[in-house]
Design a protein around this ligand. Structure first.
Ligand code: MN
Length: 281
């Protein structure tokens, strides 16, 4: 199943003929008052809502503006250098590494991005500090579906709600990664969530990104240094994972700058394609 958020906080199921609005079903979600739980309520209750059945009964819409499929991610975890060829290009280019000590993921660990950085493709990226280099990084994004801690790699895929395309937008420079990657709109998730049952092997997906029609990054998730199960196991050995938490798995070689006016088009096999306009904040 493909689940999208669109327009003004609508939720839909994406079928071949378009998006089927199932927003009324969300009334069945538990009503929370302060303090709110750390998970995303829709992702935590995805299986209980009967979205597919309702979608089949409704008429398709043409949607212009897709939002992030996860409205309230508790945290955005991200793998820093998780493709060998990307590590090589980072070490070669001072415009990327800025004298920072760059090592592969085994030494660098996982970092966090502000959840306020999340947008959907229809909202676009709004660059800050446009005098500096701002790069695209296309990544497979994993959405956690089940709470867990110290999850074994062998059990990890059972904790996944689904997958979407992620853009880990980045200002290059000397500061900490999480600071440079956390401005508003610097995490794009979309165009929808594809539930895990449709992607039995997240380690065999072609991914790519075009900027203004030119291919910049093209790779396959089989080249990930740490695959999805290993990343979940490692992350959960440091912190609890909650439904709606997002894990960006790392970007392959070919990162490069974007500027206001550019259009990015990112594709991951079995998920889809999303078009994202770049503007200035
Ligand atoms: Mn990244």
């Amino acid at each position: 199943m493909r689940i999208a958020r669109f327009g003004k906080d609508r939720v839909g199921v994406v079928l071949d003929d378009g998006v089927h609005d199932v927003t009324p079903l969300l009334k069945a979600l538990p009503a929370h008052r302060h303090p709110f739980p750390r998970h995303d309520a829709l992702i935590a209750n995805l299986r209980k809502l009967g979205l597919a059945r309702a979608a089949a009964k409704s008429r398709p819409l043409r949607v212009a503006k897709f939002l992030s499929p996860v409205a309230n991610p508790g945290k955005i975890m991200a793998a820093p250098v998780n493709y060998t060829k990307h590590l090589e290009e980072v070490l070669k280019d001072k415009g990327i590494h800025h004298g920072n000590l760059i090592s592969e993921i085994h030494k660098a660990g996982i970092f966090l991005k502000a959840s306020s950085s999340v947008v959907g493709p229809g909202e676009g990226v709004r660059l800050v500090h446009t005098d500096r280099r701002n790069d695209h990084e296309v990544e497979l994004a994993v959405v956690i579906g089940k709470r867990g801690r110290n999850i074994a790699a062998a059990d990890a895929l059972g904790h996944v709600a689904g997958y979407c395309i992620g853009l880990d937008m980045t200002i290059r420079g000397p500061e900490e990664r999480s600071f440079r990657k956390s401005p508003d709109s610097y995490t794009v998730l979309g165009p929808w969530l594809v539930t895990a049952d449709e992607i039995p092997d997240p380690g065999a997906l072609d991914l790519r990104i075009l900027v203004n029609g030119t291919v910049r990054q093209e790779a396959n998730t089989r080249d990930l240094i740490l695959g999805v199960p290993q990343l979940i196991a490692w992350a959960s050995s440091f912190y609890s994972l909650h439904p709606g938490d997002v894990l960006l798995t790392g970007t392959p070689q070919g990162v490069g700058p974007v500027k206001p006016g550019d259009v990015m088009e990112a594709t991951i096999a079995r998920i889809g394609t999303m078009r994202v306009e770049v503007g200035a904040a």
